[in-house]
Design a protein around this ligand. Structure first.
Ligand code: ZN
Length: 150
């Protein structure tokens, strides 16, 4: 929470148990690290963010990643302009996981990108072998980039 408060314009604080306002509810009820993207009407009053104890390794990239989903941010590789920056090999992606690579339709321009350039290093960008069904990369960079994808 402190990292979001110190490094972003998002302000987080602990809600009281009787708080009726919409809020993120962090739990460890299920295995895995996951969240819906943004507000969902499936659960009234809270946005579930499941962070199993296994999500808290290293520098907590997974915790930030999932929290950004809870706040409404999608994966970078689904941006409307991603084909200008990466090639996605659909035939190498496990069919059940293809939904994680489907390019955003409908919303283009500033609203979808927040006016920011495509960020290969985004914490919301998948690494090159994510969900590969044949151990070959599912994502190829189309531009030079020094650093780690995702
Ligand atoms: Zn994600």
């Amino acid at each position: 929470m402190a990292h979001f408060n110190n490094l972003t314009c998002v302000r987080m604080f602990l809600a009281k148990a009787n708080d009726k306002r919409h809020h993120i509810l962090v739990n460890q009820n299920k295995p895995g690290c996951f969240s819906f993207v943004g507000y969902t009407k499936l659960k009234k009053g809270n946005q579930d963010l499941n962070l199993h104890k296994n999500c808290f390794y290293g520098i907590h990239k997974v915790v930030f990643h999932e929290t950004l989903h809870a706040l409404g941010f999608k994966h970078t590789q689904v941006r409307y302009d991603r084909d200008d920056h990466i090639k996605v090999y659909k035939d190498r992606v496990s069919p059940k996981r293809w939904k994680n690579f489907v390019r955003t339709k409908g919303v283009k321009g500033y609203l979808a990108s927040l006016g920011l350039p495509y960020d290969y290093n985004s914490i919301l960008h998948y690494p090159p072998y994510t969900f590969s069904n044949n151990k070959k990369p599912t994502i190829k960079l189309l531009k030079k980039f020094k650093g780690e994808l995702g």
